[in-house]
Write a protein that binds this ligand. Structure first.
Ligand code: NAD
Length: 359
């Protein structure tokens, strides 16, 4: 059955990088991928046309799509919109919420060719391949009650850190299944020495572990996990954690790899429908200059093929093409170093498509 894919270029460098990623999708179509590709407006680009960051038409297309490829949203042009509900990022949050995208997959991979770019010693990060599974729709970012109010003559700010068993189980299953497909090691990160909500988190992970006997489950407190990530990151295979801890740890892990321009991500719901996007933002400082790195977006297409379209062979083919282009010494400016050849966004796209075709 023909599946639908929706491309949402968004703002800033979004249109430039999704254009290159779309070329890879078209190359996959030529190799038998049965998809129909459409596009839509999201974020500031949608606000400029429709006066809102998530128009009904885009939402409808998103709901019908098996995979959504997003560039990035936001930029200074829209930072002064007074109504916060109309800001570009609300468009992104709206898609996540409406589609129930609770499972955020954030791989941190250091290509050996780029190990020098990491802030850690190359031997600590070369060959690094961690998958952080972050719960995305619950936890302290969404818990009620929340607010700032007057109590005993002073203002008090408060939030609620809450997870139900079913929410924990749902993300736990994503993580165990991910570990089964990888090195079968899962580390659950919590703060069970202090927070009841994560005592429950740990209990549910333990219960699930009996259903996945091939996966070795371990637990780590979040402060230790942060330390271990910068001390010996290669000890991790899959990490599962809640929304806030995952937010912080996945950014730290991203930096281990040396370049934000290389990192894809996925956000999935229970039916495997997903939104795929680079980890970086819309980079307004370099927008329109044909210098942005399109590889994170191209690698997001590979994730879409693997996790929503069940096409692991095509996904590997894209990943190999990216590796080949790096082997050949091609780099966009953000990852350039001595002895490499700096190329434009479009030239990088050309090279990846050519390497994909040559395999
Ligand atoms: P950013 O990731 O856009 O940029 C940070 C730095 O990294 C900049 O110097 C930028 O030029 C560089 N960079 C980012 N992606 C690159 C790429 N592909 N190739 C080369 N260099 C790249 O983060 P920021 O500057 O904090 O945010 C800019 C805008 O993006 C803001 O409006 C922010 O709200 C938005 N944003 C959107 C998303 C999203 O859509 N998911 C995520 C983060 C930030």
């Amino acid at each position: 059955m023909t599946q639908k894919i929706l491309v949402l270029p968004g703002d800033g460098i979004g249109p430039e990088i999704t254009a290159q990623a779309s070329r890879i999708l078209v190359a996959c179509q030529a190799r038998g991928l049965d998809v129909e590709i459409d596009d839509g407006l999201l974020g500031g680009a949608a606000y400029d046309v429709h006066g809102e960051p998530l128009p009904a038409e885009t939402l409808e297309k998103a709901k019908a799509a098996r995979g959504i490829l997003l560039g990035a949203v936001g930029g200074p042009k829209w930072d002064t919109i007074e109504d916060l509900a109309k800001r570009p990022e609300k468009g992104l949050l709206g898609v996540r919420k409406q589609l129930g995208l609770f499972g955020n997959l954030r791989p941190a991979i250091t290509y050996p060719q780029l190990a020098q770019a990491s802030s850690l010693k190359p031997e600590l990060v070369a060959g690094l391949d961690i998958m952080i599974v972050r719960e995305l729709t619950g936890g302290i970012y969404f818990g009620q009650p929340r607010g700032i109010e007057e109590r005993d003559g002073e203002r008090v700010g408060f939030n609620t850190y809450v997870y139900s068993e079913s929410e924990i189980e749902r993300i736990g299953r994503v993580a165990f299944e991910m570990a089964q497909k990888r090195d079968k090691k899962l580390c659950s990160v919590d703060k069970a020495n202090v927070l009841e909500v994560t005592i429950l988190w740990r209990e549910v992970m333990e219960r699930l572990a009996s259903e996945y006997p091939d996966v070795e489950l371990s637990h780590m407190y979040v402060d230790n996990a942060a330390m271990q990530l910068v001390r010996a990151p290669k000890q991790f295979d899959v990490v599962v954690t809640g929304n806030m801890f995952g937010d912080i740890l996945s950014d730290a892990a991203a930096m281990l790899t040396g370049s934000i321009g290389m990192l894809p991500s996925a956000s999935l719901n229970e039916s495997g429908q997903g939104m795929y996007e680079p980890c970086h933002g819309s980079a307004p400082d370099i927008a329109g200059q044909n210098v942005a790195n399109p590889l994170a977006t191209i690698l997001s297409v590979a994730m879409m093929l693997r996790y929503s379209l069940n096409e692991p062979a095509l996904a590997s083919r894209i990943e190999k093409a990216v590796g080949k282009v790096l082997d050949d010494g091609l780099r966009t400016a953000d990852i350039a170093s001595q002895g490499t050849r700096t190329v434009s966004t479009t030239a990088m796209g050309d090279a990846v498509v050519a390497a994909f075709e040559r395999q």
